[in-house]
Design a protein around this ligand. Structure first.
Ligand code: SF4
Ligand code: SF4
Ligand code: F3S
Length: 338
């Protein structure tokens, strides 16, 4: 269905005040380190821009990405945006099923050819002629191939879609990688299996919803993808490590480490590095955005970072633990324990 109303009209109808809308634009512009006045420019663009058609494909995934993005809690602009974006086609959330769902997908593709945003969560199985996961008799790989062509922007949501993630982890099933050939969208583009289109990776297991809504808002306002690093991650949210913003960082600097989750040092809030925290090598915005409506993130609740937004998650974690990992091997500059 062709989208006619703008984001702001959509938000207004759902009770979002102009003030809250402007705040969202200002916070997004600030998080992306855009120049002065960019918040107003973003608001003006979203006020005028028609809502894009968004088609959301769920492949080899656990539903965690969608669950995270549609989390319960007070309605937020991010939540409304994501609720709204799911309307055209979303395997998990749409009401249509069977042939009706396929008709929706095909008509949305035809009516919005060249302009829709394609969101993918889950990895793409490439083994056994891509037969490991099919929808309506169409393999995930074939569906991605068909739908990438007409997309103006592709967003790989979550570590599975970005880098293969858990379905590619040999530790989950010794043969899983070789059998299902779980692959991220970017690798399929880079190797010419599917067409190359503007692609943004938003890794995380699951990813932070504010990063997705901010990326889409930026694309609508500027007609381009935000600045990205070599792994196609927006630098605004993936430019710093979790370690950089961790509230336990001063303990790390002083060499104050917990050695067990229930020891006296852990109860004092000491650094979790020697318990395997991957914060120093993990790029994500968890310390600034936090989870559950900005309530907390792993180090607030006493657990180290698992590196869930990085390539190689989960295998790297298990391989390190099996070798008696204590943290120091990953960060040679770690201060001595005191
Ligand atoms: Fe699930 Fe994590 Fe993959 Fe998202 S990235 S589909 S939460 S396993
Ligand atoms: Fe925080 Fe982990 Fe860095 Fe320690 S190692 S300061 S717990 S991110
Ligand atoms: Fe994932 Fe580490 Fe954030 S485990 S949720 S990147 S703190």
């Amino acid at each position: 269905m062709k989208q006619e109303d703008t984001f702001f009209q959509y938000f207004s109808r759902r009770g979002v005040s102009r003030r809250a809308f402007l705040r969202f634009c200002a916070v997004t512009a600030s998080a992306m380190a855009l120049p002065a006045g960019a918040g107003q420019a973003l608001a003006a663009a979203l006020t005028a821009a028609p809502r894009p058609s968004v088609l959301w494909l769920s492949f080899q995934e656990c539903t965690g990405c969608s669950e995270s993005l549609t989390r319960s809690g007070e309605p937020t602009i991010e939540g409304l945006m994501l609720d709204h974006l799911s309307l055209d086609y979303h395997h998990l959330l749409q009401a249509a099923a069977g042939e009706a769902a396929e008709e929706v997908r095909l008509s949305a593709m035809a009516e919005n050819a060249g302009s829709y945003v394609l969101v993918v969560d889950g990895s793409v199985p490439t083994g056994a002629q891509a037969a490991w996961s099919t929808i309506a008799g169409v393999s995930n790989l074939q569906m991605l191939t068909e739908m990438v062509d007409g997309a103006a922007l592709v967003i790989a949501v979550g570590t599975c879609a970005s880098f293969g993630g858990l379905p590619a982890a040999a530790a989950i099933c010794a043969e899983s990688l070789s059998q299902s050939g779980a692959t991220g969208v970017g690798e399929l583009m880079d190797t010419g299996v599917v067409a190359t289109r503007p692609l943004v990776n938003i890794p995380g297991c699951p990813p932070l919803p504010e990063v997705i809504s901010g990326t889409i808002a930026y694309f609508l306002a500027y007609g381009a993808v935000p600045e990205m690093d070599a792994l196609r991650r927006p630098t605004a949210w993936f430019g710093k490590t979790v370690h950089d913003g961790c509230p336990r960082r001063h303990h790390f600097t002083k060499g104050h480490f917990a050695l067990a989750y229930d020891d006296a040092e852990a109860s004092r809030g000491y650094c979790l590095y020697k318990l395997g925290c991957r914060g120093p090598e993990t790029y994500n915005a968890c310390p600034s955005l936090k989870w559950n409506l900005g309530t907390s993130f792993p180090m607030h609740s006493g657990h180290g970072c698992l590196g869930c937004s990085m390539p190689g998650f989960w295998d790297r974690a298990l391989a390190a633990d099996a070798s008696g990992f204590t943290g120091s091997g990953f960060y040679p500059d770690a201060p001595p324990m005191k």
